[in-house]
Design a binder for this molecule. Sequence first.
Ligand code: SF4
Length: 322
Amino acid sequence: MEILLSILNLVLKSLFLGKKYQEAHPREFLQFVVINYYSPLNIIHILEAASTDLWGGYNYDSDVIGATLMTSRGCPFACAFCANLQQKTRFRSAENVIEEIELMIDRYNCRHFRFLDDNVIIDKKRFQKLASKLHDLDIMFRCSISSVLVSDEYMELLYYAGCREVGIGFESADDDILELNNKAGNATTDMHRKAVKLIQKWGIQAKVYIITGLPGETDESIEAVKKFIKDVKPDKWICLLFTPYPGTPIYRNPEMFGVEILHKRFREYVQTYPSKCHVNLKKVGNGEILATNKDLERRYEHLYHWLNKLNPESMEYSSFNG
Ligand code: SF4
């Protein structure tokens, strides 16, 4: 498989070198590559061929030039709302990742990165190898991991590697919601609390990704999030509204989760503020409506503005900033 990927990589490189691909529009590149997320092929090795050359440097509204990259794809967990279906995680080698980062340093003097992996530390051996190389490059990065993976050992390693912010898939401070939605590693609010504290103990900023409108939510669930934020004091937060993405367990079995999907106009399934809600929540079994999409939008708005008012500096508006 590796040989096949190397050949594909070379073919793509030669295609673009012949075309001065530094000047090509990304769409011209993409026409050569069918990006099938669920493909067993490790497509990120192929994309590596041209991705950095199409990047012109970007400072994400700050003085610091930052870039995003992925060192792995896939997640072994199966949260019911997540479009990243449980699947075998595919990894780039530590050497391959370092090569790309060195290129970004040499060409753009870019020293701040965001790893978009779902769980960058999921392969311990690979991450240990990566960590020592990242340390030598003297860069800073942020990443995301699941609460269940937060430990002193990993946090020490992440700090040593240059990590200064860890985001956790928090979703909710209501244990019933976490359980119903099969939150990674049987996560509980207490696990989230310990994770935030442990991350901060190592001098790393802790960010929580909140989702409102999930199956099982009530007005009290929103109050529980507010209490968590006030008590536990994560450094940053991002607040999103649940969307029933195709392929997710909830999308495939909405009745099982007490969800009524109101329409499937996927073009409207966009999570940018102000978000629209596309579901009602119902009682499993008798179908009694527990919260309409308007109720869920109201709760989301309420929490969003509460968080924003509490500390605008802590509020992150997009999950894809560098
Ligand atoms: S841990 Fe994160 S990426 Fe993995 S399935 Fe759950 S929400 Fe998705």
